[in-house]
Design a protein around this ligand. Structure first.
Ligand code: G3I
Length: 396
């Protein structure tokens, strides 16, 4: 017969152990610092230790890394940016967004040396920056810029002309000439505001439809393809030193969309339009990433025109729930993507479309999909992190 006192003591021992994948340490953590049998409390960052598979002895989450899961991060790399730079790249960065900047643990990783570049995910787009015609609002974009520059991180401006997140006052009944002057005024204002402070602008975003025709939207339909040159010319006039990019997704694949992008951009270059780079967004699906060699070959079609290229928005989504096999495939896929950039001398940098699943755009857009980022929603590095490191180490 067990006495009530002994029973209580036993229960308290049981509840004093964190459950699989539960938190077991980190600044401000007052809960259990050991894990149930077969799981080890593993340091992730100053704010979070987590029970991960492995028999490291149920160690504490007080601050030092104790062990790592077989397929999880084992790397000692603390700066993807430094590693990328040591391999000849300009930066390794992440997107962010203003609402996230109140999340101290998140910001700590974003600005703590891991990354050397930031892209504002939303706050420099046309809708947010010109809410009514001729009235500009740069407060949110300035906040991201200031965070980046105060941590010696470079900024990619995103974006000046896109079919989404347009101001509601833009009217489809405007004439061709009116729409061109509205576009020029917007670009002149925004690029001047940030003159000398951004490394590159995504001047025109996603102008190509997946089917291999120009995307049908206001400017394409009213002005025609010449709106692209108008946008680049306006941006160059406002900041002659900024790198000006055309940015799109699915350029990693061969086919009709890629062919249209290549022919359109070739024409822009031949016409002397001030375009300097092509952004490969890199929104991919686990298990569907082409080979590094074929992605690199696509990039080299643009570098052969004298342009630079970059991965601007990498994430690699999966159908949930995540399994060890899917996370392992994702690790391979991240490695493939990063390797592709490493194979191309003029692939200048890599940006992930936010580093953590906590703030990924994927689940709200693709029902049942997610876990696309290299850090999980608890800000813990996933196996994908090791894939990135392996990719960065793949050349030289
Ligand atoms: O700001 C409003 C807020 O006022 C409102 O209350 C709220 C209600 O839904 O919406 C907020 O706007 C959201 C905005 O993000 C800012 O959070 C929009 O609904 C939401 O659609 C928008 O999503 C962004 C999306 O672009 C817009 O299409 C994502 O965060 C952003 O990650 C995503 O990024 C794009 C790149 O710019 C281009 N390439 C593809 C990539 C993924 O779609």
């Amino acid at each position: 017969m067990i006495s009530a006192g002994i029973l209580l003591a036993l229960i308290s021992v049981v509840v004093a152990q964190s459950q699989p994948y539960g938190q077991c340490g980190g600044q401000g953590w007052t809960g259990a610092t050991t894990c149930t049998s077969g799981w080890t409390c593993t340091y992730s960052n100053p704010y979070y230790s987590q029970c991960l598979p492995g028999t490291g002895g149920g160690s504490t989450g007080g601050g030092s890394q104790t062990t790592s899961p077989t397929s999880g991060p084992t790397s000692t790399v603390t700066s993807l940016n430094a590693l990328a730079k040591s391999k000849g790249k300009l930066y390794f960065g992440s997107a962010t967004d203003n609402p996230e900047l109140t999340d101290a643990p998140y910001v700590s990783i974003l600005t703590g040396g891991m990354f050397g570049q930031i892209t504002p995910g939303n706050s420099m787009k046309w809708g947010p920056t010109e809410p009514s015609q001729g009235t500009y609002s740069y407060t949110q974009g300035d906040a991201v810029l200031s965070l980046a520059t105060s941590h010696n991180m470079i900024v990619r401006g995103h974006n000046l002309c896109w079919y989404e997140q347009l101001p509601s006052w833009l009217s489809s009944s405007s004439s061709n000439a009116t729409l061109v002057s509205i576009l020029q005024a917007h670009i002149q204002s925004e690029v001047t505001h940030y003159k000398g402070q951004v490394y590159a602008w995504d001047v025109v975003n996603e102008p190509f439809d997946d089917s291999g025709v120009m995307r049908s939207w206001l400017y394409q339909n009213v002005v025609g393809t010449s709106y692209i040159a108008d946008a680049f010319n306006a941006a160059h006039a406002a900041d002659p030193n900024a790198k000006l990019y055309l940015n799109d997704y699915n350029l990693e694949y061969s086919g009709a969309k890629f062919n249209l992008a290549l022919s359109t951009i070739t024409t822009l270059v031949q016409q002397g339009v001030p375009i300097h780079g092509v952004g490969f967004e890199g929104h991919m699906i686990v298990g569907s990433v082409p080979s590094a060699a074929s992605i690199a070959a696509n990039m080299e079609k643009f570098t052969a025109l004298g342009l630079e290229v970059a991965f601007t928005e990498i994430d690699i989504r999966m159908t949930l729930p995540a399994t060890a096999a899917l996370l392992a495939q994702q690790q391979t896929d991240y490695q493939t993507m990063v390797t592709a950039c490493m194979m191309v001398a003029k692939c200048v940098g890599i940006t992930v479309w936010d580093y953590t699943d906590k703030y990924s755009w994927v689940p709200s857009t693709f029902s049942g999909q997610g876990e696309a980022c290299p850090w999980d929603a608890n800000l813990v590095e996933k196996p994908a992190f090791n894939g990135i490191v392996a990719g960065l180490n793949s050349q030289g």
